[in-house]
Design a protein around this ligand. Structure first.
Ligand code: G16
Length: 543
């Protein structure tokens, strides 16, 4: 095996964001760009000689090229085996499952999640540790530091290996195992959910539609929903992963998953609809003419977990990201279990799950999951809902309204301003921080500000501190406005405004969230001077 040591120079922009390094494809195609980052990972993670690595991605443009480079670099860096998904495919939750099941020294996942793909679209890369979860901030900071001092990387000179059939190949001294990307994950799902009950539901006339959005979950959904659970083949749409996601934006929300939304809000709509994103970790849940907000979905999953075999023994606790609504906290309180509030980013849940402190985690950004893996998991959430529906035999809307009647409703919405000029977005955030003193105690109609701060978090397990995680304007009645800059965009800045108010009165639960939150929306625009500073008169996406 000939190991080549290639001289290189640092790029100074390889700082991982909320979930790994995400850039436009042409950025990754710059000379040595990908190799620099991969070597920085290998230099940081300290794998023993002969260690095993998992590798796969969401099938987007540049996935296959990157896999061949990473395999050759893994061989040159002393790995003994790489488990790579057939066709280069592994959904993010499936990668986490493979890492855990085969006890690998972590894995490399190639994805820019819900961001568009194609030659001018986005690409991404991240490292997950041996617990199957995204690397902690300490590790991502160390990878970034390594990327700034890199002077060479190691790669072997070898031909590409075929990826299209499960098989084993030698690459230098290393074994490449091309594995079925679906079966380990599907078996894990069968161990958690009552497939018999779901099969009975689906054979009894209950109709579902799952939109894979031309992204990675197509093969998973076909195997699980159609082959194993007996749903008709046309229950899964856009099921073939395409490198450019069919020119779409594989983000399962009301704006970008409009094809599915039109079906669920149309005539003769199915009883249940769901979509997942580019790499299969996000989910959107719909009933007939009905949308379940991700924050409510987490709370409802928690409140009904006793109906599901894998969770009927009880939950240790529930964690949610700070901007996620407090609906799940109310359930935790009634169940008598702890709830945790972390910064945005699934990586912050890993320590809590590893320490056995939480079973369920969720985020407003269409992410829900449990300690079965260490990533959020789109199809898992779909199966959880189907299991609940199979037991309760009620429409989605009834389950949600009964939940609100019992726990109260947290009206919730997120307004995203995408592709804003970075300076304008930073100006909005600075203005808000500078206004903390004058906002404290300020009265806006019936709402009074109780507290303003920039959220910081001390991890209860490793005591690491993360600051600057979002500006919170908290009101005396429990309402709140949160401002945050996204850490996953690749163009300009994405400014997110999260709005929440609590309504115990059942007679008001039918209100539209935008209507119920109108006063808070007005306050948010006023105190941020957002329209003036960004030139935008409405959000790009409302969820
Ligand atoms: C990633 C993270 C999530 C986070 C989301 C949005 O999701 O894994 O934890 O909530 O980004 O982050 P931001 O608000 O910073 O854009 P994904 O699905 O993109 O990997």
């Amino acid at each position: 095996m000939q190991i080549l040591t290639i001289a290189t120079r640092p790029y100074n922009d390889q700082k991982p964001g909320t979930s790994g390094l995400r850039k436009r494809v042409p950025a990754f195609q710059q000379p040595h760009y990908l190799a620099n980052f991969v070597q920085s990972i290998f230099d940081t993670i300290d794998a023993a000689p002969g260690a095993t690595l998992a590798l796969g991605g969401d099938g987007r443009y540049y996935n296959r090229d990157a896999i061949q480079v990473i395999l050759k670099m893994a061989a040159a860096n002393g790995f003994g085996r790489v488990l790579v998904g057939q066709g280069g495919i592994l959904s993010t939750p499936a990668a986490s499952c493979v890492i855990r099941k085969y006890r690998t020294h972590g894995g490399i996942i190639l994805s820019a999640s819900h961001n568009p793909g194609g030659p001018d679209g986005d690409f991404g890369i991240k490292y997950n540790g041996s617990n199957g979860g995204p690397a902690t901030e300490t590790v991502t900071e160390a990878i970034f530091a390594a990327s700034k001092r890199i002077v060479h990387y190691r790669i072997i000179d070898a031909p590409d290996v075929p990826l299209d059939m499960p098989d084993e190949y030698k690459m230098g001294d290393m074994v490449v195992s091309v594995i079925d990307p679906v079966s380990d994950y599907a078996e894990l799902m069968e161990s958690l959910f009552d497939f018999g009950a779901i099969r009975a539901l689906l054979s009894g006339g209950f109709r579902i539609k799952f939109d894979a959005m031309h992204a990675v979950t197509g093969p998973y959904a076909r195997d699980i929903l159609v082959n194993r659970l007996g749903a008709p083949a046309d229950s899964v749409m856009n099921a073939v992963p395409l490198p450019d996601f069919g020119n779409g934006h594989p983000d399962p929300n009301l704006t970008y998953a409009h094809e599915l939304v039109d079906i669920l809000y149309g005539k003769s709509a199915p009883d249940f609809g769901a979509a997942s994103d580019g790499d299969g970790d996000r989910n959107m849940i719909l009933g007939k003419h009905f949308f379940v907000t991700p924050s409510d979905s987490l709370a409802i999953i928690a409140a009904n977990a006793h109906l599901v075999p894998g969770y009927k023994q009880g939950l240790a606790g529930i964690a949610r990201s700070m901007p996620t609504s407090a609906a799940a906290d109310r359930v935790a309180k009634v169940l008598g279990i702890p709830s945790y509030e972390t910064p945005t980013g699934w990586k912050f849940f890993g320590n809590l799950m590893d320490a056995g402190k939480v079973t369920l985690c969720g985020e407003e950004s269409f992410g829900t999951g449990s300690d079965h893996v260490r990533e959020k998991d789109g199809l898992w959430a779909v199966l959880f809902w189907l299991n609940i529906l199979a037991v309760r035999k009620q429409p989605v809307e009834t389950i949600v309204s009964e939940h609100w009647a019992r726990f109260g409703r947290n009206f919730y919405s997120r307004h995203d301003y995408e592709g804003v000029q970075v300076e304008a977005a930073n100006g909005v955030m600075k203005l808000l921080k500078d206004s903390f003193t004058s906002l404290q105690g300020a009265q806006f109609g019936h709402l009074q500000v109780k507290l303003c701060d920039d959220f910081s978090y001390t991890d209860p397990i490793d005591c690491s501190v993360s600051t600057g995680q979002g500006i919170r304007i908290l009101f005396v009645d429990g309402s709140r406005i949160v401002f945050r800059l996204s850490g996953t965009g690749t163009e300009g800045a994405t400014l997110r405004i999260y709005l929440e108010s609590f309504e115990p009165d059942t007679s008001k639960h039918h209100l539209d969230a935008q209507e119920a939150l109108a006063t808070l929306i007005g306050i948010a625009l006023q105190i941020s001077e957002l329209r003036k500073r960004t030139g935008r008169d409405k959000p790009t996406v409302i969820t």
